[in-house]
Design a protein around this ligand. Structure first.
Ligand SMILES: *Cc1c(COP(=O)(O)O)cnc(C)c1O
Length: 398
């Protein structure tokens, strides 16, 4: 018997659940791109986008996914032969570094494995060793979506300052923005990249790059920047089309307007607090299940866990079985394990992830946890008892 008829719930780490208000805002006839509302809404839209990033720096939009935002940011600061230092805590640091390498950069990796955050001391040592200051940028992932590790960006900035190194600090906040606290200006981030389809609750298709004056100076010193990625005309357009290097992503802009309205109506601090509380409920349930079976949170220390996504280990083939069960029987789709094992390796089936970014609330999280427990029971996967009670108590304490 299946119980999955009803509203499906995509609980993967992006694309995230989209609010009806966002979908409704996008459901409209094509707007005029030469005059009127769409053009007039841009200044406020950019201002409200920057408020989510906690920055007064420059911001630009690309019609792209996160990979496009990655490439856009690098294309504006790197020349072939430049060196970048990439402290990686999972798959995504490697992904960004591969794009840097393809742009001709010399990449130095500092790999912290799949279960620990960036160690600022090791980063400081690596930067101190670069006496001629050849390293142009440090590329760090705020939340690694494969491992669910949360990196301490302020501590990384402090390590760069302690080393007296002038490299740009570039942060990937594609998973974390509007879920985990992020303070671009206070934390001294020079360049930040994000996308529309995670904490910002809009369909995939918008890539965002935020950059400060220091990064703008680096860009101005480059011999050339490809015209499409060039952030200068996008940040200071004389004409509307220059915001996007061509036709505007018309409907996405309406969706983003609605999403930013929702975020600021709730209040960014409240959005972070909601994600924190919901994440704690998920952690409480998972830790309890783990007391009587193979389920384990990938990140042991709570202070290093993201509030946008939770990566779990459960042993093969339980991960795949559980994902299939909750999808087929209960209408919830959980995330696959990403980068934890080779897809050809049977061990690949021993991981899964829960996405809890964006438009999620207590009943969605408790419902999702409830069907995971049903799946564990139905599949005879041993698990500790009292997980739902533990999660409920976290919610009750809100
Ligand atoms: C999702 C994600 C990306 C890639 O974004 P795409 O839209 O899939 O290209 C990059 N970095 C992080 C941290 C992400 O979560």
């Amino acid at each position: 018997m299946t119980l999955n008829n009803g509203r499906p719930y995509l609980a993967i780490p992006g694309p995230s659940v989209m609010p009806d208000a966002v979908l409704q805002a996008m459901h409209r006839a094509a707007p005029n791109i030469y005059e009127g509302e769409l053009i007039e809404m841009m200044p406020d839209l950019m201002r409200d986008l920057c408020r989510v990033a906690r920055t007064e720096a420059h911001a630009v939009i690309y019609i792209s996914n996160g990979h496009g935002a990655w490439e856009a940011a690098l294309a504006n600061v790197l020349a072939p032969g430049d060196r970048v230092l990439v402290p990686a805590t999972g798959r995504f640091g490697h992904g960004w570094s591969e794009i840097a390498a393809r742009l001709g950069a010399e990449v130095e990796m500092l790999d912290f494995g799949k279960q620990s955050p960036v160690d600022p001391e090791r980063l400081e040592q690596a930067l101190r060793a670069d006496k001629s200051h050849k390293t142009k940028a440090v590329l760090v992932t705020h939340v690694d979506t494969s491992t669910s590790i949360l990196n301490d960006i302020a501590a990384i900035r402090a390590a760069m300052d302690a080393a007296g190194h002038p490299a740009l600090l570039m942060a990937d906040c594609i998973a974390s923005l509007a879920c985990d606290r992020f303070e671009m200006d206070d934390w001294g981030v020079d360049v930040m990249v994000a996308g529309s389809q995670k904490g910002l609750m809009v369909p995939p298709g918008l890539g965002f790059v935020f950059f400060n004056d220091k990064a703008a100076q680096v860009q101005a010193g480059l011999d050339r920047v490809s015209s499409y990625w060039d952030w200068a005309p996008r940040a200071n357009p004389d004409y509307f089309y220059q915001f996007f290097g061509g036709t505007a992503p018309t409907h996405h802009l309406y969706g983003l307007r609605a999403a930013l309205d929702m975020i600021h109506a709730e209040g960014l601090e409240a959005v972070w607090a909601r994600h924190d509380r919901l994440a704690q409920a998920i952690w409480a349930a998972c830790e309890t299940w783990g007391q009587g079976g193979p389920l384990a949170l990938n990140v042991a220390d709570r202070t290093h866990r993201s509030r946008a996504v939770t990566s779990l280990r459960i042993g093969a083939p339980h991960g795949t079985e559980l994902r299939q069960w909750v999808q087929d029987k209960a209408g919830v789709t959980l995330g696959i394990g990403l980068g934890m094992a080779d897809p050809d390796d049977p061990a690949w089936h021993g991981f899964f992830r829960i996405g809890h970014m964006g438009h999620v609330n207590a009943h969605m999280v408790l419902g999702m946890l409830g069907v995971v427990q049903a799946g564990l029971t139905a599949l005879d996967i041993p698990h500790g008892t009292g997980a739902l009670e533990a999660a409920t108590e976290v919610i009750a304490g809100a």
